[in-house]
Design a protein around this ligand. Structure first.
Ligand SMILES: [Zn+2]
Ligand SMILES: [Zn+2]
Length: 217
């Protein structure tokens, strides 16, 4: 699978381009202020982007949606429980002292078990609330192979977990999401987070100080 990551100041939030190496179809994930870099990466790989997918609707993950949609004209997906945050993007910006533009409406809300498709790959959307109400992780895999990668937004980081002090955040809910959804994957599953470097499920299971048994309530 083609995986490209870009991040820019001030949030250093990771936006992703995933692509099928055979069919050149792809998806754009969490376009923020680095959106032009993501679009350039998609062009360099000659990818035909099928969807813009959002892991959640915090400011840093959505400020590039409008520019991505203008460039690509493809549907934007979000979990419905985060739509109030998405629609309040300008208020979110004001709270951070960071003016942002209104973003175009979301085109569809995630539902059911039916995967989204790009080329030979499927994307299953797993609801993982806790960092916010509508947080999801994207489970991505090739149809003819068992391995999966996880694009987890701000639910899990290398060595840390998402903050839970913003509206809709709840630590017990976040830990439950991580244990029940993410840690159910095999140790060699690669994890792409909303901030920082990639990791694996096994590395976090063994070393993440937030995921020891005593912290799981
Ligand atoms: Zn967030
Ligand atoms: Zn973030």
């Amino acid at each position: 699978m083609i995986v490209e990551t870009r991040a820019v100041e001030p949030f250093l939030k990771n936006g992703y381009v995933l692509g099928c190496e055979e069919t050149r179809e792809g998806v754009l994930i969490d376009p923020g202020d680095e959106v032009e870099d993501l679009l350039e990466a998609a062009r360099q790989h000659q990818l035909d982007i099928r969807y813009i997918l959002l892991t959640h609707a915090h400011l840093d993950h959505i400020t590039g949606v409008g520019r991505a949609k203008n460039a690509l004209n493809v549907p934007v997906g979000l979990h419905e429980a985060d739509n109030f945050l998405y629609r309040a993007v300008r208020q979110q910006g004001m709270a951070f002292g960071y003016p942002v533009d209104e973003q175009p409406p979301v085109d569809f809300f995630y539902k059911g078990d039916e995967p989204l498709r790009f080329g030979k790959y499927s994307v299953w959307v797993r609801h993982t609330p806790g960092h916010c109400s509508g947080g999801v992780c994207l489970e991505v895999g090739r149809d003819d192979r068992p391995e999966r990668v996880l694009v987890v937004g701000d639910t899990l980081f290398a060595g840390s977990i998402g903050r839970t002090d913003l509206p809709g955040g709840d630590t017990a809910t976040l830990l439950r999401s991580i244990h029940e959804v993410l840690l159910a994957f095999p140790d060699d599953t690669v994890v792409y987070s909303g901030h920082g470097r990639p990791t694996t499920i096994g590395h976090e299971r063994r070393t993440n100080p937030f995921l020891t048994a005593t912290n799981f309530s």
